[in-house]
Design a protein around this ligand. Structure first.
Ligand code: ADP
Ligand code: ZN
Length: 657
């Protein structure tokens, strides 16, 4: 299967291409304007249009299968009398008005028979909302009117529970009334049945929901129904953005700060950033919603490139939450937990409520710290934190290349240094013993299995007293109404990470997790353990002042020329032989240095923080500077790697691992 893009634009000329045996589509699957968008995206991320097309087309499209769409709804044929049989009669009753096909699934074999005989006829579902929209509060009304007036990118900053979803729903409704379609992007772990359910309740039969658990057939069908404008609302994770949507009138990116919008493999696009571009191409408003926006979006808003929208009030009242910082320096810990934290958990359980023990384990970011005094190593020659390398064991500054061995003892107080940021597998056992007879449930990717965390979370929704142990997966999603106590075990690794985005992400995660303790009718408490009680992030985080934290960080980023005040491109390379990828990137750096212009920096190459993965040695080379100059630099010729070396380019990298 191939895609003919523009016959007049063929390079190399036609004789080197395969002959066309058969034309599969009589009408293009991908409208010209979408092709132009995909071409732009490919160019920006340094991949060919064919790579973006492969991402845009589901497997069945790439196999050249015929389009499939399903009849959306069925209605009883009035020429037929009420049938005999219990199931048939139930269907007769239900189908007096149109019923969506998916709602007939449980009796599908009977329904199919009735369709065959013509007792059930294809029908159209009503387009107007089924569930009545809520009456917007003043803040929400301002937001909805602003977006309706101006088809530009908007940053919608609103705490959890401030009514963002209701705003999305009403904006989508306005588009549907004009015969337009809406695209709603959600993070991978945020794709909750709750959000999808609210859209389906409001727009029955109009919602297509694309996610990773779908069969190839379902995916192809959803694609066809959106691409033919039969369905009006597409909800999906990042790749949904590449789907052609002919009548696109609105793009929503929920939890716009979420890192899952950036694809971790080629093409390494960021769906949030591309959503803004797509909106421009299609003259559609783009709403980026978050309680804790990315610094990129805050900078865009502050510079006037994005419109500014805010929801300050919670749509429903919540009790205040008490925040406590626990200084754990020198304390006896039980698998990482202090006595204070254990007491807080026990009291919560004894009150008949639920507690969440949150493990902050984002990526691989170990840090060396002294448990006694909180000392942590710094690079002797610059501001940056050295990155902890395990193999070989050394501290390596990725900014100035300074290397030193791990200190065994604290230079400040002489105690042994410890590695933080490790997994805490035994925590579950320890807690189960300490909290007996209350159950302890660990919810993460390992324990969740194929069914996802949904089942375990649904279990926790019973509200019975229990301890939940979880990672980022638990930060968002299902409502846990009886959860009143949150313990953050250890976030210090992120305070001193070599990753410049670590504090931003810490802020986003902790604000979200701590928000889980705030409920309508019961006061909540949050306990944060740290070796660094004097760190300036704590006053910001413990008062929930994300905006101030973000402004602090933006000042630091500007000073260092880091995104969003400068741009980055990262060459990654790997090879089965030690040193080979690193050497190749040295050659690349050498070739690039000739073209270096004012304001552009080449950092590295260095081995990746986790250098050996899956039998391969990883290395990286970072370019930093103004966007146009980075672009110019990337256009320069560089040496081709040998066949043993894989090399890839990451534009606007999110993780420097
Ligand atoms: P967010 O998406 O910002 O977390 P939601 O849209 O889910 O917030 O709203 C939080 C809760 O408040 C939901 O239960 C929702 O039904 C309710 N809500 C939202 N807007 C209104 C409104 N205008 N009037 C009454 N209840 C509302
Ligand atoms: Zn340094």
């Amino acid at each position: 299967m191939g895609v003919v893009v523009d016959p007049s634009d063929l390079d190399p000329p036609t004789d080197s291409l395969k002959r066309i045996d058969e034309v599969l589509d009589h009408q293009s699957l991908i409208p010209l304007e979408h092709l132009i968008f995909l071409r732009w995206a490919g160019h920006y991320y340094g991949v060919g249009l064919e790579v973006m097309l492969a991402g845009a087309l589901p497997k069945w499209a790439r196999e050249g299968r015929a389009p499939i769409t399903e009849t959306l709804a069925w209605q009883w044929n009035p020429e037929w009398e009420k049938p005999r049989g219990k199931v048939r009669q139930a269907l007769f009753e239900r189908c007096q008005s149109p019923v969506a096909t998916e709602h007939l699934k449980e009796h599908w074999s009977v329904a199919r028979a009735l369709i065959k005989t013509g007792q059930l006829l294809p029908a159209e579902l009503p387009r107007q909302p089924a569930q009545t929209p809520l009456t917007l509060n003043d803040e929400q009304r301002v937001v909805v009117e602003a977006v309706k007036q101006d088809a530009k990118p908007w940053l919608l900053e609103g705490v959890t529970g401030s009514g963002k979803t209701e705003v999305y729903l009403q904006l989508a409704e306005a588009q549907l009334k004009q015969g337009k379609q809406a695209l709603v992007l959600v993070p991978e772990i945020g794709l909750t049945p709750q959000l999808v359910g609210r859209f389906e309740a409001r727009f029955p039969g109009q919602v297509i929901h694309l996610h990773s658990a779908l069969s190839d057939r379902k995916r192809w069908q959803g694609f066809c129904e959106v691409a033919s404008a039969q369905k009006s609302i597409l909800i999906g994770t990042r790749s949904a953005l590449l789907t052609p949507i002919p009548e696109l009138g609105l793009i929503v990116v929920d939890e716009e700060h979420d890192t899952s919008y950036k694809q971790g493999e080629s093409p390494r696009y960021n769906a949030r950033d591309l959503a803004v571009v797509l909106g421009q191409h299609r003259n559609a408003p783009v709403v980026l919603g978050s309680a804790t926006p990315s610094l990129e979006s805050i900078a865009n808003r502050d510079a006037g490139r994005f419109g500014s929208l805010t929801l300050r009030k919670r749509a429903r009242a919540a009790c205040p939450t008490a925040h406590h910082l626990i200084d754990i320096r020198g304390l006896d810990l039980h698998e990482g937990l202090s006595d204070k934290a254990l007491d807080a958990i026990r009291q919560t359980l004894e009150r008949g409520e639920q507690a969440l023990v949150f493990l902050n384990r984002r990526g691989f970011a170990p840090v060396l710290t002294c448990h006694q005094c909180g000392y942590h190593p710094e690079c002797p020659s610059c501001d940056a934190r050295p990155t902890v390398h395990r193999e070989p064991r050394r501290l390596w500054c990725h900014h100035c290349d300074h290397q030193s061995p791990w200190p065994a003892h604290c230079p400040s107080c002489g105690h042994r240094m410890a590695v933080l940021g490790q997994g805490t597998q035994r925590l579950e056992t320890t807690l189960a013993l300490a909290m007996n007879p209350f159950p302890v449930t660990r919810i993460d990717r390992d324990s969740a299995g194929a069914g996802g965390a949904g089942k375990l979370l649904a279990l926790a929704q019973d509200g019975l007293p229990r301890v939940l142990i979880g990672t980022q997966m638990l930060a968002k999603g299902h409502d846990l109404p009886n959860l009143t106590c949150v313990v953050v075990v250890d976030s210090d690794a992120q305070l001193f990470s070599g990753d410049f985005r670590a504090i931003e992400r810490l802020g986003q995660t902790l604000i979200q997790v701590m928000g889980r303790a705030g409920r309508a009718d019961k006061p909540g408490s949050v306990w944060v353990q740290t070796h660094q009680p004097d760190h300036p992030v704590w006053p910001r985080l413990l008062t929930g002042d994300y905006a101030a934290l973000a402004q602090d960080e933006l000042v630091l980023r500007k000073r260092a020329g880091l995104p969003p005040h400068g741009h980055m491109a990262l060459w990654r390379a790997r090879s089965p032989n030690a040193g080979e990828a690193l050497q190749h990137l040295r050659d690349v750096a050498h070739a690039l240095r000739d073209g270096l212009t004012e304001g552009v920096r080449i950092l590295g190459p260095t081995p990746a923080p986790m250098e050996r993965r899956a039998g391969q040695y990883h290395a990286q080379l970072l370019l930093m500077g103004p966007r146009a100059q980075i672009r110019a630099l990337l256009n320069r010729p560089i040496p081709t790697p040998s066949r043993r070396i894989w090399r890839g380019l990451d534009i606007d990298p999110q993780d420097l691992f």
